[in-house]
Design a protein around this ligand. Structure first.
Ligand code: NAP
Length: 265
């Protein structure tokens, strides 16, 4: 067993997850690769074993199916060799909420929110018990721009951001490092899968997946809670968090604000 332990990566068969698999193997983690496409996972596993010598296991799971989520969550709860969870599997959506295909919206919520929550909870329980561990949740910059992207995907990523901030408050002092990564547009298959033409984006807005993952890992090394790879000034993020926290004293009070005072009629 590697001294770093095992990294469990969801959505490891392509894009951001497959790139993390490469980098984490090079950092000396054993890997447990989770996704639906077993052939792709097997191929990646063989490549990484050859290249790095780490142990790589493949676990086929459809994380929109409750029974499959339970299998992965149970593994997280009971396998003490797992020291890192990369909650990365996700799908995007296209089009307005009024026109949404609600079966697709359900699958998105199941994968981006429900499965991620179950796995984060299982990892949190295990890592707190062991006094160490890392949970990385892949959100998106659209969590900050709900006016600019479709509702269901954007809301799912706002959930991931909020969950990560709360989780950090709950277990950050218990030896568990928690990070949310907020990629901007990154060149992966997710766009084509969602029927969105990434080539229509200005090229200066689209990051290469290698650069994205390397930046996210640099943020992890710096013990960041929130990593936005393209944001040049970390102070801008801090200012936003501070502005939000400054609302705190006025968010729950006995009386309504003056502008809402009516005569009661
Ligand atoms: P991707 O290349 O499409 O990868 C998505 C991964 O999720 C694949 O490995 C896919 O594998 C897996 N997956 C999809 N449905 C699944 C299911 N039902 N059960 C289990 N695994 C499933 O896209 P990506 O860009 O790397 O996306 C990774 C994460 O980054 C997502 O959470 C996405 O929202 C986030 N993100 C991406 C961008 C971007 O511009 N690319 C920007 C912001 C955030 P299988 O098909 O083999 O199951």
């Amino acid at each position: 067993m590697s001294t770093k332990g095992t990294a469990l990566i969801t959505g490891a068969s392509s894009g951001i997850g497959a790139t993390y698999a490469d980098r984490l193997a090079k950092r000396g983690y054993d890997l447990l690769l989770v996704a639906r496409d077993k052939d792709r996972l097997d191929k990646l596993a063989a490549e990484l074993r050859d290249k790095t010598g780490v142990n790589v296991e493949v676990l086929k799971a459809d994380l929109t199916i409750k029974a499959d989520v339970t299998v992965v969550a149970e593994r997280l709860r009971h396998d003490a060799s797992i020291t890192l969870l990369l909650n990365n599997a996700g799908i995007a959506a296209n089009g307005s909420l009024a026109e949404a295909n609600l079966d697709e919206a359900d699958r998105l919520v199941q994968l981006n929110i429900v499965a991620l929550t179950h796995l984060a909870s299982a990892a949190a329980a295990s890592f707190v018990k062991n006094g160490r561990g890392t949970i990385v949740n892949v959100a998106s910059v659209v969590a900050m721009l709900p006016e600019r992207f479709n509702a269901v995907y954007t809301a799912s990523k706002a959930y991931v951001l909020s969950l990560t901030q709360s989780l950090h408050a709950e277990i950050g002092e218990k030896g568990v490092h928690v990070q949310a990564v907020l990629p901007g547009a990154t060149r992966t298959e997710i766009w084509e899968r969602a029927g969105i033409d990434l080539n229509a984006f200005p090229p200066e807005m689209v990051m290469d997946v290698n650069e994205l993952v390397d930046a996210a890992l640099a943020g992890l090394d710096q013990k960041e809670l929130i990593t936005i790879p393209s944001l040049s000034s970390a102070a801008d993020w801090d200012a936003l968090v501070n502005a939000r926290l400054a609302l705190g004293p006025n968010l729950s009070l006995q009386h309504a604000a003056a502008r809402y005072k009516t005569t009661g009629a």
